[in-house]
Design a protein around this ligand. Sequence first.
Ligand code: ATP
Ligand code: MG
Length: 663
Amino acid sequence: MSGLNPQQREAIHYLDGPLLVLAGAGSGKTRVITQKIAYLVQDCGFQPRNIAAITFTNKAAKEMQERVGKLLGSTVANELQISTFHSLGVRILREEAKVLGYKPRFSIFDSADCAGILGEAAGTVDKATVRILQSLISNWKNALVSPEAARHLARDEHQKLAAHAYLSYEATLKAYQAVDFDDLIGLPVKLFSEHPEVADKWQNRLRYLLVDEYQDTNACQYQLLKLLTGVRAQFTAVGDDDQAIYGWRGADIDNLRKLPAEFPSLKVIKLEQNYRSTVRILKAANNVIANNEKLFDKKLWSEHGHGEQISVTTYRDNDAEAEGVVMKLQAHRFEHRSQFKDYAILYRSNHQARIFEEYLRDHRIPYLLSGGKSFFDKAEIKDIIAYLRLLANEDDDPAFIRAATTPKRGIGAATLQVLGTYAGERHISLFAAAFEEGFAHRVAPRQLEPLLEFGHFINRMQERAGRESANLVLPDLLKAIDYETFLYDHEEERTAQTRWTNVCEFANWINKKGELDGKTLIELTQSIALINMLDKQNEEEVDAVQLSTLHASKGLEYPHVFLVGVEEGILPHRESTEPSKIEEERRLMYVGITRAQRTLHISYCERRKQAREFIPCEPSRFIDEMGRDDVRFAGGKDAKPVDKVTGNARLDAMKAMLAGNKR
Ligand code: ATP
Ligand code: MG
C-alpha cells in the first residue's frame, strides 16, 4: 500500500457498500482498482475467482491482469475475472446458453455479418441505409428497447424501417444460433431479469465487482452491473465525467448521475493529485475542460514541476505536418535518448493515420497502429475464420455460405438458393438442411454430392477440433481446402503472397494462443469474435511509436504526445459542432491532452488536401481554450497566435468548395 495517497488508500480499504471514485485524468483511478484487487485477496480473504474487474478494452484487461500478477503472482491473477463487459457477457452466456435456448457454441456475429442479415430483413442493399438501421437497432438494444417497443417509438422513415426489420433480424440471429455484440450484454440482462435463480448463482460467484472507466457505460451495461451486484451492491466504480467520449455509441453519462440516487448508501471519494503530467499540461487540460458545463466539481493538481511549454505548430498542409512531426519526433528522441515507444501520435479519426504511416515508414521508424481497421477484417482472415466458426457452430449460416463457396468446390448459387428455401421452410440451418431427404429430392445428384462431401468434411474436422490443439488441426484444414493455391489462382502474385502471409500469421497467432491458454481450436474460435471489437493489438511489447485515435487512447499514458490535425472540422468533428455535441468533442481534446506525461506537441494545418483540392483550415477553438501562458506557437506565416491569421479562411474554404462542386 505504500506510495498511495490517503484518498486512494481510503478507496481501497472501503468495503462497507457501493463506492464511486470520481476523479480527473491521471489521478490514479485505475491504480486504485489494481491495488484493491490485491487488497481483497491478500488482506480480506476473497478468493480470486470471486472477484471480477471490468475494463474498457481487452488490452486494458490484459494490462491489469499483468499488474495484479506482479503483486500477487500469476496463478492468482489468472483466476481473477478481469475482462470487458462483453467478455464477461460471453462467459455468462456460454455457461447459461441453454436457459435462453441457445447452444453453448453459439456464434458471435461481427458488424459485417449483422449488416447482411439486417439488409435482408429490411429489404435493402444500400450500405449507407443499412448502417443507419444498424446503429438505430444497436441504440435500442443498448437502451433495452424491445422490437415491440421500438415500433411505438419509431417516428421518421429510417426509424420505422429499422423497427420493422428489428424483429426479423432478431429471429434470424436466433435461427443461426448467433448473437451480435449488443446481445453479449443484453442477453445476460434478460437472463438475470427472467431467471432470478441464475442471477443468484452469479451474484454468489462474483462477490466483488470493480469497474474502470465507468463514465462510458451504457444503460444496458448499467443494468448488468446492477443485476450482478444484487442487493449486496459490493462494487467499486471509478470514472471521470470529463472523459465520457462514447456518447455516440450509446454510453450515457446519466449512469454516473443516477448512481447516488439508485444506491443511497453510495460513498463517493474524490482523488485530486495527478501523478501523470507536468503542471503546464495539466493546466492546459483544466482550461479546456472548464468550458464545459460542470457535472461534478473536481480539482486536479500535480507535483511534477512546470515542465516544458506546450508547442502549437502551424504547418502549410498535411504533408508538411506529417513530415514535420516525424522529423521532430526523431530529433527529440535523439536528443533525449528516449525510445520509440515513449511517443504517441494521436488524432481524431482513423483516416488521419495513413499519411503519418507513410512518413514513418519512409524514415524506417517502427510504429503500431491501434483503433484502426482490424487484421480480422481482411478477406483472407475472414475466409479462414468462416471455417472455424462452422466447426464451432454448424448452424452459423453466413459462415456456412462463405466456407462452402470459398474456395469454390462445385456448390453453385442455384444449389444454395434451393437449400436456403428448403431450410427456411423447415426452420433449420443450411447445414442441417443439406443432410435431409426432403432437400435431396429437390436437387440433382451432381448438385447434392459436393454439398454432402463438404458437410462430411466439416463433421470430420469438427470432431478433431474439439479435442486436438490448434497447431495440429489448422494446418491440416488449410491443406485440405488448398487455400494457398486458391489465393494464387485468383490474385496477382504479390497480393496472393501478402494474403497468404497474413493467413500464416493468423495461424501462428492461433497456435501461440492455444499453447498459452491450453485451449482447443474450438475454444479459441469462440474468443476470436471478441478480439476484433476494439483492440486487436500486437501482443508483444515492442519499441514502436504508437499511432492511435483519441478514442482508443483512453486510459493510456505516454511520455511524449503529438496531437495532430487539431483543426475546426476535425477536432471538433464537422458533424459535432452543434452545442449538444461540442462538449463530447471537448472531452476528447481533454483526453488527448491528459495522455501526455512530459511533453505535448499540438499541430494543425493551414490547408489540407482532400481529393485533389486544397481546403483551407482553421485552428481548433480548443487551442485557444488552452490559454496562452504555457504555450509556444511556431510555424505558419508569422508564428504568432493563430486566431488572427485565418480571418478569411472560412470564406476561402467556401470558395474552394464551390469551385470544386462546379467541376
Ligand atoms: P485516466 O483517467 O487517464 O484513466 P487514472 O486516473 O486511471 O487516469 P492511473 O492510470 O491509475 O490514472 O495513474 C496515472 C499514473 O500515475 C500512472 O502511471 C500511475 O502508476 C501513477 N500513480 C497513480 N497513483 C500514484 C501514487 N499514489 N504515487 C505515484 N504514482 C501514482
Ligand atoms: Mg484509468
